[in-house]
Ligand binder design. Structure first.
Ligand SMILES: C[S@@+](CC[C@H](N)C(=O)[O-])C[C@H]1O[C@@H](n2cnc3c(N)ncnc32)[C@H](O)[C@@H]1O
Length: 188
């Protein structure tokens, strides 16, 4: 939402937790709004009336959608049963996310882009390629894959103490190894 304001674009955010939405609004309000409208709605993005939203702004469609869902249950964001991080199985998570994709991309104008920030996970002694499962949901729903960006997150605050370990592993094994997540970009 802050990037929307900086880029002089109107933006709408949807967040399940009221306190998170409130805090985001507070942070957004500390920035110049550059004449834009930036609103955050508290709601379940898998059960949201997107077309009503358009009516409210007297708009025909949106020009970009960015999804940044929980990475299934790696981090539990709340106790709310509607929280995507509280889905009981991978299938349930993917089904709910697919509903978000289907419902929200109905208001995305044809030819416009959407993107998801998502990572893989490791659970029960195996890699779960969550990023690629999510990528496939978009493709299954007729969104054209335009780019796969692999984003290094060695530098994030939470991971800064692990940098030496990852560098050591890469050098020791003659690999280009780094902690990463993806940004998949699609066109409608
Ligand atoms: C990975 S975080 C995204 C953080 C966000 N990009 C930011 O910079 O603050 C995932 C967010 O999705 C929210 N969430 C989980 N389930 C949701 C749902 N069904 N509808 C809307 N938001 C949901 C969580 O509360 C959490 O804040």
């Amino acid at each position: 939402m802050i990037e929307c304001q900086r880029l002089k674009r109107n933006g709408i955010g949807i967040e399940l937790q009221e306190d998170v939405a409130k805090n985001s609004k507070h942070l957004i309000n500390q920035e110049q709004n550059n004449g834009t409208i930036t609103d955050i709605y508290v709601g379940d993005s898998s059960d949201f009336d997107y077309s009503k939203l358009l009516e409210k702004y007297n708009s025909k469609g949106v020009q970009f959608i960015l999804y940044h869902p929980p990475y299934w249950d790696i981090i539990k964001f709340s106790e709310n049963e509607k929280d995507l991080s509280n889905t009981k199985s991978l299938d349930e998570f993917l089904n709910k996310l697919e509903k978000v994709i289907i419902d929200s991309t109905k208001i995305l104008e044809k030819g416009r882009y959407c993107a998801i920030v998502i990572g893989d996970m490791y659970k029960d002694s195996q890699v779960i390629p969550l990023g690629f499962y999510c990528m496939q949901l978009f493709m299954k729903n007729k969104l054209k894959l335009k780019a796969i960006l692999v984003k290094n997150f060695n530098e994030t605050k939470g991971k800064q103490n692990q940098q030496a370990l990852w560098r050591y592993r890469a050098l020791a094994n003659n690999l280009y190894l780094f902690k990463h997540e993806y940004i998949f970009i699609f066109r409608k």
